[in-house]
Design a protein. Structure first.
Length: 432
């Protein structure tokens, strides 16, 4: 009951927190089967939250055991379907408690429930897959040993964020082909350790095939610059907020693969060209997305900004206590980069829950159904204010492009066209 109520609020919050969420190939998830969902882990607990909100399943999550130390947190996390898994760094004495967690997973899977496991074991904000732990395979085979053939499936889901630490970025989730445990059980009977290694490698491959993967950290800057150029060439539409279009993810996967395959000389040439181009933009006080979309600056959009200003102002200040405090907590209380955005989201969801409960209970008693109307307006005006602010920034950036002298503008456009032609050829490459 509480889990489902929180999920409704979180779903609204995620649609505000992210500019867009791509969730593709959800039809690959088997129906009516016990499932283990395996996901990579670039951003603390945001990815489990997205799964819970946009998959039609009740999910149970294995999360780090140190979060359960305080009784009040333990109760809250249990209500939200979170189950502790302990690691070596939390003490060898804590590892003994994992037996209870494994037993819970066995029983949950036997009851045809869905367990979500983050097999990397820790979160680091990077676009590459880390070592996959063997715990997932052990839980899967352990369930089969205890309850026999229940047709357990493991579903890899690739998690990708354009900028995982930033508000209003884009999330891209892609479901891989299910892995049927029965296909590996005969091998497990012959050699358990070898079967565990093999299944773990299959999960690793299933995740790698659905993420933007930059194996060499030295390539991060170049890849991100190419991502930026491509995104500005292909700005996403505002609607739908939740999209099943896989093309944006495919393009970024292709770019990442191409960068990884470049020679050292090619990387150096690309880096220098892009560096010079962005330097020229900065010296002229303009942005790449505005140079690619100068038509945003027109009289119709100007009228929209004029007439939309009051609704924007109302929506901004009504919602400021929530997002302003969430931002403050994230900025002042959180040191680790991977937790800044998730903590801001969690605080925002928590405050939203308090507000909803107040308006639904006390509010309806004091003001009747007007409080429900106020709640709806609060959400939509808040979202409008975000869209308005983003549009206002694009409008002014496009205005700066129109104010450039024609000679400089033409030179920059020619240079950008050359870069666009090359990034286009990269982004449409077929996956090998």
């Amino acid at each position: 009951m509480i889990y489902r109520f929180v999920r409704i609020i979180a779903r609204f919050a995620l649609k505000i927190f992210f500019r867009k969420i791509y969730f593709t190939n959800r039809d690959r998830i088997p129906k009516g089967k016990p499932l283990i969902i395996a996901i990579n882990h670039p951003s603390a607990f945001i990815e489990p939250c997205i799964l819970a909100c946009f998959l039609p399943l009740d999910l149970y999550f294995l999360v780090r055991g140190d979060l359960f130390k305080k009784p009040i947190f333990r109760k809250m996390l249990n209500v939200l379907h979170m189950v502790p898994i302990f690691r070596k760094q939390e003490g060898l004495d804590q590892l003994n408690k994992n037996g209870e967690t494994f037993d819970f997973c066995y029983q949950a899977l036997n009851d045809f429930k869905t367990v979500v496991i983050l097999p990397e074991g820790k979160t680091i904000q990077e676009k590459r897959l880390r070592v996959i732990r063997k715990g997932l395979a052990r839980i899967a085979f352990g369930t089969h040993e205890k309850y026999g053939d229940i047709d357990l499936h493991i579903v890899p889901i690739g998690v990708n964020f354009t900028e995982a630490d930033k508000f209003r970025s884009v999330a891209m989730f892609d479901v891989g082909e299910p892995i049927r445990l029965n296909d590996y059980y005969d091998q497990y009977l012959e050699s358990p350790q070898r079967a565990i290694r093999y299944l773990t490698n299959e999960v690793k491959q299933g995740l790698e095939d659905h993420i933007v993967n930059i194996p060499n950290p030295a390539d991060d800057v170049l890849a991100e610059d190419l991502f930026t150029l491509h995104r500005n060439d292909h700005p996403e539409k505002i609607l739908p907020l939740i999209s099943e279009d896989r093309k944006p993810l495919e393009a970024e996967m292709n770019i990442a693969d191409y960068v990884s395959q470049m020679s050292t000389e090619e990387k150096s040439n690309w880096t220098e060209k892009i560096k010079q181009y962005f330097s020229k933009l900065k010296s002229n006080g303009i942005e790449d997305q505005a140079l690619q979309n100068p038509e945003v600056y027109n009289w119709k959009n100007g009228l929209f900004l004029i007439f939309g200003f009051i609704p924007y102002l109302v929506g901004f200040w009504l919602n400021y206590p929530i997002f302003g405090y969430a931002k403050h907590v994230s900025k002042t209380k959180v040191k680790q980069l991977e937790f800044k955005a998730p903590v801001a989201l969690a605080v925002g969801i928590g405050l939203s829950l308090v507000l909803v409960l107040f308006l639904v209970s006390v509010g309806t008693y004091l003001w009747g159904w007007w409080s429900i109307l106020a709640l709806i307006l609060l959400f939509y005006l808040g979202r409008f204010s975000l869209v308005y602010l983003e549009f206002w920034k694009k409008y002014n950036a496009a205005k700066a492009v129109h104010q450039l002298d024609k000679s400089t503008l033409e030179k920059l456009k020619k240079e950008r066209i050359s870069l666009s032609e090359q990034t286009k050829s990269i982004s449409v490459l077929q996956q090998s």
